[in-house]
Design a protein around this ligand. Structure first.
Ligand code: ADP
Ligand code: MG
Length: 847
């Protein structure tokens, strides 16, 4: 049954209300609140029952047929919404705007909020370690502006990007943006890449929000950014009806302030998740995240993905780590206190969007309680953080909020005794009434002589007197009781006196609940006024937590403080790959990496599995850690400040886009070559292996020479083309190194040690044997290899290597020769056919 096909006039009034609201929200699944349920009707109902595996029922709505319907209980709606939203649907929550108890006729309803992928706020499954960004892109034809915000924390940022799609996509992916709002003039190829390839939700809207929330971009002058912000705000405020009072003013991000890494680098180095399992466990972030709050965890991730380039800022973090390492007693106390702090950022978001409950307030209170101690610890460390302690809020929460409240707000038990006089009075009236009722039972038993008489309560009849069947004859007319309910074994009565007291109790009860609710909201409003200050505090706590985590990591894994230089000098002594060191059950072999001003490229050779890729990753990780302000896994490190890192590591086909390994390889190489500067770091791991040997080798050589002589940035280049090692003699800035392996009794031992010079044995067959290929194949391969090796080679020493394949001249067939001599224009058809026969005969003869 299609909603738009049915006759509106035949519908019941309620269904008409539904249709009216639904017509305004055709893009969303409408969750229509009906008592204790959210119901979905028509197509929405069918879809939701399929996606959520709910039973599809029907509702009488005035039509001949019942309208398809499915529903979920309101108190457990969150996981259902989350499931739909993560599948890419949007949900409009339609609430009852009046109290059905006090309303005559139809209850007014309206959509209070729209939830989409980028704007989930208070769902249980929201990952506390991640930011959840929704963004707006505006395409100005000569540049892009990207504005992005996290509703659950109230952060908003803007960045101006050059008009290059790859830069834009890179930024979007590395930030992990979930949803993008666009104007409909955006390039459709870009949209399908974002949507199809990266699974980002795309929403369209052309409008911008005027005036409202102006304060969020008050300090910004750039009109491009203002438009993008207004565009995002329109979507959030008008389309999704969000309250943004917890938002901090828009912050403009300048990508040039940070070490630039593209999305491949972030993935290849497994900074935040592993390549294979896409899991946080065993990523670098996993290793270094010793934070104690979710705010700190998010901050640390942010630092890791945006390493700094400003020397002073970096060194400031080193100093703090050093100080914390020395003051270990204070550090321990500080960490204990941080552990008490809840996610203040997200609590702020809940307060402003209205979904906050009394338990959240208790979390806030506990968080605020430790602030004075943290403040004093920070001041004894001499750190320049400004921590507000919010005593007023703490005192308010301590005085007002009941210690064991329910999650709901309409059941009372929110407010402590002694906070509000009127409330306390109502409560004593209620308990007086209850006391009376408890005593009334005894009183009646004595008066009537009915031993098992009971006074009870239920929701429908209120207080009643219950008499078992056997005793009914004892009930006399003089009691003035009124019969209310007949059960199988008993009768229930009410009496005027009981009803009088009941009215007092229930009346007080109702007033208590309402008053508690109002008092709770007053507390909420008071906190709301201080939301921005609270958010500042949350940010400072996040920084303290992140820096403390880096100090813990430095100590636990024996990292050292790096020195930074501006002379393109790079020296790492005993460097390690911290994750492999931690998770591998073998002893990790330290390696130096030294490149002075004259050497910018290390050409690495070595057998498979010897540790080439690890060595390259290790360098990049050390650089990133150093520039995010962390100590590094080495015994000594002196590093230049790097501006961009490019990597081409591993041969993972880009399956989604359908591009071959080789194409991806070349694109990544192009990206590096076109964007790298003298201050960059490039890692090329076995470049060119995705194509035929000679192609690959030629390209590898050309790229290597170009990078080393034209760009001059620090480069690690691993290769299995041994021929390339002769370049060392031609280009002085290239140096050969190798990772060694030895053979013992035919078995291969990897030493994982980087040494000067090159190596020409690739031990491929040994590795194949290690991998467990059948002996038959191994033996055969050994024989074939020996064959190749015994063939005479051209001596390549002292000659410029010639990489182009020389094809042996093949003897031409006489048929071709004859063909060449023919001039078809001067032949008659008969001559032509005769010639054809002749040629064919010649061919046959040859056979
Ligand atoms: P390659 O790139 O040369 O094929 P990898 O860098 O992938 O080799 O290393 C292969 C394996 O060897 C790694 O998974 C790691 O377990 C181990 N390995 C590499 N480098 C070291 C090292 N320095 N110390 C200990 N184990 C190492
Ligand atoms: Mg490798």
């Amino acid at each position: 049954m299609k909603m738009l096909d049915i006759d509106y006039n035949e519908l019941s009034p309620m269904m008409r209300q539904y249709v009216d609201i639904k017509k305004e929200h055709m893009d969303e699944l409408l969750f229509y609140r009906l008592g204790d349920f959210y119901e979905l009707f028509f197509e929405d109902g069918e879809l939701a029952s399929r996606e959520l595996e709910l039973t599809l029922t029907g509702k009488n709505a005035g039509l001949k047929e019942r309208v398809p319907m499915c529903g979920v209980p309101f108190h457990s709606v969150k996981p259902y919404i989350e499931k739909l939203v993560t599948k890419g649907y949007k949900v409009a929550l339609c609430e009852q705007l009046e109290d059905p108890k006090t309303t005559k006729g139809m209850v007014k309803r309206g959509v209070v909020q729209v939830i989409s992928k980028g704007t989930i706020v208070d769902l249980e499954l929201l990952n506390e370690h991640e930011n959840h960004y929704i963004a707006s892109i505006i395409d100005y034809n000569y540049l892009y502006v990207l504005c992005y915000a996290d509703i659950s924390t109230g952060d908003a940022y803007a960045v101006i990007l050059p008009h290059k799609e790859d830069k834009l996509i890179n930024m979007i992916c590395s930030l992990g943006i979930l949803e993008i709002v666009m104007k409909d003039n955006l390039d459709s190829a870009l949209i399908s890449t974002l949507k199809g390839h990266y699974g980002i939700e795309i929403s369209f809207s052309n409008e911008e929000l005027d005036n409202e929330y102006k304060e969020l971009y008050a300090g910004i002058e750039d009109e491009h950014i203002i438009h993008a912000m207004k565009h995002l705000l329109y979507y959030l405020v008008v389309k999704e009806l969000k309250d943004l009072s917890h938002f901090k003013p828009l912050e403009v991000v300048y990508p040039d302030d940070y070490l630039e890494m593209d999305i491949h680098t972030i993935r290849n180095l497994e900074l935040t998740e592993t390549l294979r399992m896409k899991d946080r466990t065993y990523s670098l972030l996993w290793l270094i995240d010793k934070t104690r709050t979710s705010m700190g965890s998010r901050k640390l991730k942010n630092w890791l993905l945006h390493p700094l380039k400003n020397k002073e800022l970096i060194i400031d973090r080193y100093h703090k780590i050093e100080k914390l390492n020395n003051e270990f007693i204070i550090k321990d106390k500080l960490r204990d206190n941080l552990y008490e702090i809840y996610d203040i950022e997200r609590l702020c978001a809940k307060i402003s969007c209205g979904s906050v409950n009394a338990r959240d307030f208790l979390q806030l209170k506990r968080s605020l309680k430790v602030l004075p101690e943290i403040k004093s610890e920070i001041s004894s460390l001499g750190f320049d953080y400004d921590i507000k302690t919010h005593e007023n809020l703490y005192n308010l929460l301590e005085a007002s909020i009941y210690e064991d409240p329910p999650v709901t707000l309409k059941d009372g038990y929110l407010i402590k005794e002694g906070y509000n006089k009127e409330l306390d009075e109502l409560k004593s009236i209620r308990s007086g009434g209850k006391d009376f009722i408890a005593g009334f039972e005894n009183e009646l038993r004595e008066k009537t002589g009915i031993k098992n008489l009971k006074v009870g309560y239920n929701k429908v009849f209120g207080y009643y007197i219950e008499i078992t069947k056997g005793q009914i004859k004892e009930v006399s007319e003089d009691f003035h009781w009124e019969r209310r309910q007949t059960l199988t074994g008993a009768e229930r009565y009410i009496s005027p006196k009981l009803k009088e007291k009941e009215a007092i109790v229930l009346n007080a009860e109702e007033k208590i609940i309402e008053l508690e609710y109002n008092l709770f909201n007053e507390v909420k409003d008071t906190i709301k006024k201080e939301l921005l200050l609270l958010k500042d505090t949350a940010n400072v706590i996040a920084e303290i937590d992140a820096i403390t985590s880096l100090s813990v990591v430095a100590e636990e894994y024996h990292f050292v403080k790096p020195s930074l230089n501006t002379k393109h000098f790079l020296e790492i002594k005993d460097g390690r790959h911290p994750v492999i060191e931690k998770v591998s059950n073998m002893e990790y072999v330290n390696n130096d990496c030294i490149m002075d001003e004259s050497i910018n490229t290390l050409l690495i050779t070595g057998p498979n599995m010897s540790g080439k890729s690890t060595y390259m990753r290790q360098l990049a990780i050390i650089v990133i850690l150093a520039q995010m302000g962390s100590f590094v896994p080495a015994s000594k490190a002196n590093l230049p400040i790097i501006d961009k890192i490019f990597t081409r590591i591993g041969a993972s086909d880009d399956l989604v886009s359908g591009e071959s390994t080789f194409m991806v390889e070349m694109k990544e190489a192009k990206n590096a070559i076109c964007n790298a500067t003298k201050d960059s770091l490039i890692l090329f791991d076995e470049l060119g292996r995705g194509t035929a040997t000679y192609d690959g080798m030629s390209l590898a050589e050309a790229i290597l020479s170009y990078v080393s002589t034209h760009i001059g940035c620090k480069t690690l280049f691993s290769t299995h083309y041994h021929e390339l090692t002769t370049l060392e003699r031609i280009i002085p800035s290239i140096k050969n190194v190798h990772v060694s392996a030895t053979e013992e009794e035919g078995k291969l031992i990897f030493l994982h040690k980087i040494k000067n010079g090159s190596i020409d044995k690739s031990y491929g067959i040994h590795v194949a044997k290690l991998a467990g290929l059948p002996d038959e194949i191994i033996n055969d391969a050994t024989r074939i290899l020996a064959n190749y090796e015994n063939k005479p080679h051209k001596n390549k020493e002292n000659e410029q290597i010639q990489l182009f394949m020389e094809f042996p001249e093949e003897k031409e067939s006489p048929v071709i020769d004859s063909l060449r001599k023919i001039d078809p224009l001067r032949m008659t058809p008969m001559e032509a056919i005769n010639k054809l026969y002749e040629l064919k005969e010649q061919l046959e003869e040859k056979k």
